[in-house]
Design a protein around this ligand. Structure first.
Ligand code: NIG
Ligand code: FE
Length: 406
C-alpha cells in the first residue's frame, strides 16, 4: 500500500531519453511511499495499485521540485542604493573599490540581530519556495571572521527548520577582505591563513557546511589564495566550488577542476581550456543570469563551448543583495533562455537534475524516478516549455515536499 498516488498528469522526469531530453512522460502517474518516489508509470498501469491518498492532477505537468544551487540568502540590509548608483554609471568594481559592494553588506549584516537575519532570509526563502524551489543552497560570506561566518551558517540552518525545504549550506570562505585588513600583502596573507587554519577547520568540525566556496577575481582573491583555501577545505573533508571568471578570466575554472570542484559558477569569461578541464573533472557550470542582468553585463557565458565539451549546465538565482536580487526561479530560467540562449529544455535541466549534480545530491533529488525523494512541483501549463517562457510566472499550483503538499 502506497502513501500516495498522483495521477492524471504529464511528468518531466528529467531522465533523458533519445529525442526526449526532459524524459517527458505523458498520461502518467507517480506512486509515493515514505516520502520517496516508488514508481513512475502510465496512468492506466498504476491505476491498479492501492494508495492511502489518490490525487488526480487534471492533466497538469509535474517536474522535480526546483533546485536553486547558488544563493547568498542570509544578509543584513539591502543594496538598493547601488542599483541607483549603477544607473548613474558606476560599475560593480567601482562601487566595491569605494567601500560599497560586499563590504557594505558585511557591515549591515554585523549590525543586524540574529532574529532580523533569520526573518528577512525566511521571507526570501518563502518567495523562492512559492516559485517551486524544494532545495536551496545558501552561502555564508558576509561575516568574514570565524564567529560571524558561523552565525550566518547557523541562521541558514535555522530558517530551514520546520520548513518543507532542503537547505544545503556552503561556507563562502573567501568572499572579500574584511575592511579592517589593510589591502597590503601581509594582511591579505594573515587573513587567508586564518581562513585556512582556523575558519575552515572550525566550520568542518561543527558540520555546518557541505562545501567551501571562494570568489576568484581581481577585486577579490587570487588563484594562489583560492588554492590555499581549497587545499584546507579538502584536508577538512569539504568539497569545493568557485565563483570563477565572472568579471575577468583568472583561470579559476581550471583551478576549480584541479580540485575536483562540484561547480564553477558565473563563467562569463570562461575559455576553452577551462571548459575542457571542467568536463574532465565533472565540474558543473552554474550560470547566473540574474547577476548578468542586474550588472548589465555585456559578455555572455560561452554556452556553445560548454555544450561542445559536454559540461553539465545548471542555472541558479544567485539571490544576493548586490548583484542579483532575484527571487524567482522561473524568471532565472527565462533569463537563461533569453539572455544566454539556452533552450527551454536546458533551462529546466539546469534547475533540476544539473543543479542537483552541482550540489552533489543527484542520487537523491533532481529527477522523478523510483528511489528519489518525492520533492515535486505541479504546474498548470499546457506545454512544459512554458517554464522558461513566461516572464514573472506564478509558482506551481502544488509544491510537494517528501510526498506531502507543502
Ligand atoms: O555571486 N561574486 C561574488 N558574490 C556574489 C555577489 C555578492 C555581493 O555583491 O554581495 C555573486 O554575484
Ligand atoms: Fe554568488
Amino acid at each position: 500500500m502506497w502513501d500516495r498516488l498522483l495521477t492524471d498528469c504529464h511528468v518531466a522526469t528529467l531522465v533523458p531519453q533519445p529525442g526526449n531530453p526532459l524524459g517527458a512522460f505523458p498520461n502518467a502517474a507517480i506512486g509515493i511511499a515514505d516520502g520517496r518516489i516508488v514508481r513512475v508509470g502510465k496512468r492506466a498501469e498504476l491505476a491498479g495499485f492501492r494508495a492511502k491518498e489518490v490525487t488526480a492532477l487534471g492533466g497538469a505537468w509535474v517536474t522535480p521540485g526546483l533546485v536553486d544551487c547558488h544563493t547568498h540568502l542570509v544578509f543584513g540590509g539591502t543594496r538598493a542604493n547601488e542599483h541607483a548608483m549603477r544607473r548613474a554609471g558606476a560599475s560593480y568594481e567601482e562601487i566595491a573599490k569605494a567601500g560599497g559592494g560586499i563590504a557594505s553588506t558585511v557591515a549591515a549584516t554585523k549590525a543586524a540581530s540574529t532574529d532580523e537575519l533569520r526573518d528577512s532570509a525566511r521571507r526570501r526563502l518563502h518567495a523562492l519556495m512559492a516559485g517551486g524551489v524544494t532545495t536551496i543552497e545558501i552561502k555564508s560570506g558576509y561575516g568574514l571572521d570565524t564567529a560571524a561566518e558561523i552565525r550566518l551558517l547557523n541562521t541558514a540552518k535555522a530558517i530551514g527548520r520546520d520548513e518543507p525545504v532542503r537547505i544545503v549550506p556552503t561556507l563562502l570562505a573567501l568572499h572579500a577582505l574584511p575592511p579592517e585588513a589593510l589591502q597590503n600583502a601581509e594582511d591579505r596573507n594573515a587573513y587567508v591563513k586564518m581562513v585556512a587554519e582556523e575558519m575552515i577547520p572550525a566550520v568542518a568540525k561543527l558540520g555546518l557546511a557541505t562545501s567551501a566556496d571562494a570568489f576568484c577575481e581581481t577585486i577579490a582573491f587570487t588563484p594562489q589564495e583560492v588554492e590555499r583555501i581549497f587545499t584546507a577545505a579538502r584536508a577538512n573533508g569539504l568539497p569545493v566550488r568557485l565563483h570563477a571568471e565572472q568579471l575577468s578570466n583568472q583561470n579559476g575554472a581550471a583551478l576549480a577542476a584541479k580540485y575536483k570542484a562540484l561547480s564553477a559558477d558565473h563563467l562569463e569569461h570562461l575559455d576553452a581550456a577551462g571548459a575542457k578541464a571542467m568536463a574532465a573533472a565533472g565540474t558543473v557550470a552554474v550560470l547566473l543570469p540574474g547577476a548578468y542582468y542586474a550588472l548589465n553585463e555585456k559578455k555572455k557565458p560561452p554556452v556553445q563551448l560548454l555544450r561542445d565539451h559536454a559540461v553539465p549546465i545548471a542555472i541558479a538565482t544567485d539571490c544576493n543583495p548586490g548583484t542579483s536580487p532575484l527571487l524567482s526561479p522561473t524568471l532565472a530560467m527565462n533569463m537563461a533562455c533569453t539572455l544566454f540562449g539556452l533552450t527551454p529544455e536546458e533551462a529546466i535541466t539546469g534547475m533540476t537534475i544539473n543543479a542537483a549534480r552541482a550540489l552533489g545530491l543527484a542520487h537523491d533529488i533532481g529527477s522523478v524516478e523510483a528511489g528519489k525523494a518525492a520533492d515535486l512541483a505541479v504546474w498548470r501549463i499546457a506545454d512544459i516549455a512554458e517554464l522558461g517562457y513566461w516572464i514573472g510566472m506564478p509558482g506551481p499550483e502544488r509544491r510537494i515536499f517528501a510526498g506531502v503538499d507543502a
